[in-house]
Design a protein around this ligand. Structure first.
Ligand code: ADP
Length: 487
């Protein structure tokens, strides 16, 4: 199959979270399975110099048919294995330091920026003389792709191309005033509730939900949750309307990047058969951060975007009591909401030796924390799939998670009576529950070392490779094509 991935992020070139990892590993796996996979993403201004060197500008000016024509350039990079990545250069929209906001507020022209990316996916076929069977759009930033395919590009060269829209995070939907339709070159008739209209404006994601041939969400539980009021963010009715075409497919992890037996970014390698390396990682980590004296205490790792979704504001409130009542140390790596960043900075300064706080984005440190920690905390308010709990399981770092979305699908709750499970699951997100579940993990660490060992081995033996999920995406593509090509 010829598959075009349309995405705002693609690791390692542009990444703010799990989206970038997921699109990359899915694309690589599909490529390995013999498909012709290509990726379209913006040429972001923050693309590191070391990657720019490998780009080849494609000859010719690329014209993008929005309401008016826009002219851009394409750069190509072919990765070993044959994966082709196209970087859309349009300086005015994408030559910026950050993908979606200036650090405080979303860019006002985001709808125009991503209408351009989406329309470029459509026009790419003519430019390259290459017709995808499947357009796979990711999140709201590419959600207009299915809308174009079913309206202005319905006949002609793309008449037999189908679309799949994956929802990685329903909280972001892409709102714009109705005039965006003119700008995007989409018919005004889309301004209706069963197309793109919502609350008097245009909602990109809603359009994608109505027009994609098939929809996926990144875990089975999340696919169910988003059809309800609590997690539907206003799109629950549209999603229920399409529920027959909505599949929940769990993300896999990239075994080459996240494998404690081979990971070059950690102090010592290890496997479930021999965990000595994990102890070395913990010792090194604590020593390097001036916390060597706490070597016998359990270490709790936290890595994530510091936004409301992740529930880490509640952790910040709970920490003083936790420090007062139990013997454990913490390592936190994250960036995001400036107010929450400040809160954690000040907690770090107030409790030296008990918590190491690093505000920023640091891939190598993320690996170090995963390998060194005994437990990994994800008290998310909602979590479409979540990757960090999967990395944690793989690294024998027992996840402590709120039972939502992909966290519920991937962590087996610990049963103190039998020693069954792979982690600690709790339901209500408040300071007390967080205090209690961390206390439960701490007591397990000190009082039930045999259970700890069994849990760790079981966690490390879980299979979260892409194998099964890639097969499900393959089915999804075939169903989308059948749907599109039905007479
Ligand atoms: P989300 O996509 O909602 O951010 P996921 O758990 O699906 O959450 O994916 C997060 C990814 O981003 C993981 O690979 C995680 O290690 C990485 N990550 C998040 N914040 C940081 C950070 N500050 N430094 C390094 N890696 C980070």
């Amino acid at each position: 199959m010829r598959i075009l991935m349309v995405t705002a992020e693609f690791a390692p070139y542009a990444k703010t979270g799990g989206l970038a990892d997921m699109v990359r590993s899915l694309s690589l796996e599909l490529c390995r399975a013999g498909n012709d996979v290509r990726v379209l993403l913006p040429f972001h201004g923050f693309l590191p110099e070391r990657y720019r060197r490998d780009l080849r500008p494609l000859p010719g000016i690329f014209s993008i048919h929005l309401g008016e024509d826009h002219w851009a350039r394409l750069h190509e990079c072919v990765e070993p294995g044959g994966l082709r990545i196209y970087f859309l250069e349009y300086e005015k929209f994408f030559g910026r330091d950050r993908p979606y906001d200036d650090g405080y507020r979303a860019y006002e022209d985001n709808p125009r920026r991503f209408a351009l990316l989406s329309r470029a996916a459509i026009d790419l076929a003519d430019f390259l003389d290459w017709t995808p069977d499947i357009f796979h759009a990711h999140d709201w930033m590419a959600a207009p792709v299915p809308v174009y395919l079913e309206t202005v590009a319905r006949s002609g060269r793309l008449g037999r191309s189908a679309s799949v829209l994956t929802i990685h995070n329903l909280a972001h939907q892409g709102y714009a005033p109705p005039s965006i339709l003119d700008y995007a070159g989409l018919p005004g008739s889309l301004f209706r509730p069963d197309a793109m209209e919502a609350c008097g404006g245009i909602n990109f994601l809603k359009g994608g939900i109505y027009f994609a041939n098939k929809l996926t969400a990144v875990s089975p539980t999340y696919a169910r949750e988003i059809q309800g009021v609590e997690q539907g963010f206003g799109l629950q009715d549209a999603l229920r309307f399409r529920s027959g075409d909505l599949l929940g497919i769990l993300n896999g992890i990239d075994d080459n990047l996240w494998n404690p037996a081979t990971d070059p970014l950690i102090g010592a390698n290890y496997s479930s058969g021999d965990l000595r390396g994990k102890e070395v990682c913990k010792k090194n980590f604590l020593r390097a951060r001036g916390m060597a004296r706490s070597g016998k205490m359990p270490l709790f790792g936290v890595i994530g975007r510091l936004y409301g979704q992740k529930g880490l504001d509640v952790l910040a409130s709970a920490l003083p009591r936790i420090f007062g009542s139990m013997a454990g140390v913490f390592a936190l790596l994250g960036a995001g909401d400036p107010a929450l960043e400040d809160r954690f900075r000040s907690i770090g300064a107030s409790y030296p030796g008990r918590i190491f706080v690093h505000i920023g984005y640091d891939e190598a440190l993320a690996h170090e924390i995963e390998a060194a920690s005994d437990f990994f905390l994800m008290p998310s308010r909602f979590e479409p799939c979540g990757l960090n709990q999967l990395y944690s399981l793989r690294y024998g770092t027992l996840p402590i998670v709120r039972g939502t979305g992909g966290l519920r699908d991937t962590v087996i709750p610990y049963d103190e009576a039998t020693g069954d499970g792979t982690g600690f699951v709790f339901d209500h997100l408040d300071e007390n529950s967080l205090h209690d579940v961390i206390g439960w993990a701490t007591s397990t660490y000190y009082d039930r070392p045999k259970h700890m060992k069994v849990l760790i081995r079981r966690a490390m033996a879980m299979d979260f490779s892409w194998k099964k999920s890639v097969e499900r995406y393959g089915d999804c593509y075939r169903w989308a094509l059948e749907m599109k090509r039905r007479p």
